[in-house]
Every structure is written in C-alpha cells, then in structure tokens.
Design a binder for this molecule. Structure first.
Ligand code: RP5
Length: 159
C-alpha cells in the first residue's frame, strides 16, 4: 500500500522563501508532503529519477516552482500523469517570464498554473489538497473548515 502525499519541487533554494507558503498550508491541513530542490536545467537526471520514484511511492500531485526560464513544471509533467501544479517565481521581469514559461504547455501535457509568487504558492497547496481530498473525506472537511475560518475572519474585520 502506498501512502498518498504531495511532492513539492523547486528549481533553486532561492525559491524556498516563496515555497514555504505551500508547506505552511499543507501542514495546516495535515496533508503529508515532501519538499525538494531539483532543477530542470541543473539536475535534469535527478529530477527525472525523483519524479518516477515519487510517482511509484504514492505522490498524488506535484507542485513545481521555478523562476526565469521556468521549465521545471513542464519537465515534471512530461514524466508523470499525476496532476502537476506550476508556481511561477518572481525572479526577473516581475515573474512574467516564469509565468509564460510555466503556463504555455503544448496540448496533451498540462500544467495547472497558479499566480506568480506567494499567493500562487499558497493556492498550489490548496489545489493539491483538494485533489487529495477527492479520496479523503476527512481532509475535505478540514478544507471546508479552513474556508469557513477565512469567511469568519473577513466578517469579523468588517464589524
Ligand atoms: C530557476 O532560476 C530557479 O527556480 C530560481 O527561481 C531561478 C534563479 O535560481 P538561482 O540562480 O537563485 O539558483 O531555475
């Protein structure tokens, strides 16, 4: 039996301050995850091997973050049929280069691309959790409770 988890990959340790937002969300929703620096360009063989291995061990979804010529999410998507979520990192050109590199995938190899930077990192984790929750009703309830807490916080501020 494989234990479901989310795999987070990032192209460089310089992406870590942004990607901490993904880890924080997964931790708060009690979703098991692994986090790894792995580059499409600097460590292509290791990236390929990790994706194949994680896929076998029960990775339900991959979150991939990269900046500049951001090919990591696409390279991961080429090696798995699990859902891949791409987070463009703001490193140059305000992250627009990374956004376009991540989102413009050829037909048949999708990358679900979220917003540039921390907001995207956060939403990538929510999206991955929602994917895991399709087979995990208790997690689905925790996500609903989290949404309700957000709603309550907005209403409380408005009073
Ligand atoms: C990308 O290039 C990384 O994902 C990072 O966002 C950017 C810069 O990397 P470093 O030069 O800081 O390692 O591959």
């Amino acid at each position: 039996m494989t234990k479901p988890f989310v795999a987070i990959l990032m192209g460089s340790d310089s992406d870590l301050p942004t990607m901490k937002a993904s880890a924080d969300v997964l931790r708060s929703l009690e979703v098991p995850f692994e986090m790894k620096v792995s580059s499409a360009h600097r460590t292509p063989v290791q990236t390929h091997d990790y994706v194949k291995d994680a896929d076998q061990r029960g990775a339900v979804a991959f979150i991939c973050a990269a900046g500049m010529a951001a090919h990591l999410a696409g390279a991961v998507a080429a090696n798995t049929t699990k859902p891949v979520i791409g987070v463009p990192i703001e490193s140059s050109l305000d992250g627009l280069d990374a956004l376009l590199s991540t989102v413009q995938m050829p037909g048949g190899i999708p990358v679900a691309t979220v917003a540039i930077g921390k907001a995207g990192a956060k939403n990538a984790a929510y999206l991955a959790s929602q994917i895991v929750a399709v087979q995990d009703p208790a997690l689905a309830e925790r996500i609903k409770a989290d949404r309700q807490a957000n709603t309550d916080a907005v209403i409380a501020k408005d009073k």
